[in-house]
Design a protein around this ligand. Structure first.
Ligand SMILES: [Ca+2]
Ligand SMILES: [Ca+2]
Length: 174
């Protein structure tokens, strides 16, 4: 009898061990590297217009936002046309107001020449806030969305200011 109890006891231990060690292996697809971001543990991209987007809850610099998006098999969002801008604008209207959101546009390399970070192509489409871009204090090289006149317009801003950000999922076949 004693041996049967021992056997059952060991089977139970083995089952518990297997359960504990096999826990979260299915969540690795878009899990950010540990150490880069402590707040984003699992990242649900959602369909917004024609893109798959992630809207952050944490606030970080443009550079860190860019790095976090890379760990999520994506990059900071590029807004190449009205259709993309409009879809993001409509989505953001459903969220709490007054957020700033980093996008990929920047003129870090050449002052006044804004490009999309992921492709390096010129920023041909933009919805600038009135008077922008102004490179205020010669220290604004990264572009964010800002709520103005009931819609999210673009402004060049200090890259190291911590704000929310939007990642765009790379196309799945990459
Ligand atoms: Ca600038
Ligand atoms: Ca500005």
């Amino acid at each position: 009898m004693g041996n049967i109890f021992k056997f059952v006891f060991h089977i139970c231990l083995l089952t518990i061990w297997v359960f504990l060690t096999s826990g979260s292996k299915t969540e690795t697809l878009v899990k950010p590297n540990e150490g880069i971001s402590s707040n984003v543990s699992y990242v649900p991209y959602k369909n917004v217009g024609e893109k798959l987007l992630y809207f952050s809850e944490e606030m970080v610099t443009w550079f860190k936002a860019n790095a976090i998006c890379r760990t999520m098999k994506g990059h900071l969002v590029s807004i190449e046309n009205y259709s993309v801008w409009n879809a993001i604008n409509e989505h953001l209207k459903t969220k709490p107001k007054n957020y700033y959101w980093w996008i990929s546009a920047n003129d870090l390399d050449s002052e006044g020449k804004f490009i999309w970070a992921n492709t390096g192509t010129p920023m041909d489409y933009a919805v600038w806030r009135q008077g922008e871009p102004n490179d205020r204090e010669k220290n604004e090289d990264c572009v964010h969305l800002i709520l103005e006149n009931g819609r999210y317009e673009m402004n060049d801003f200090r890259c190291r200011y911590p704000i929310n950000f939007i990642c765009e999922r790379e196309s799945v076949d990459k």
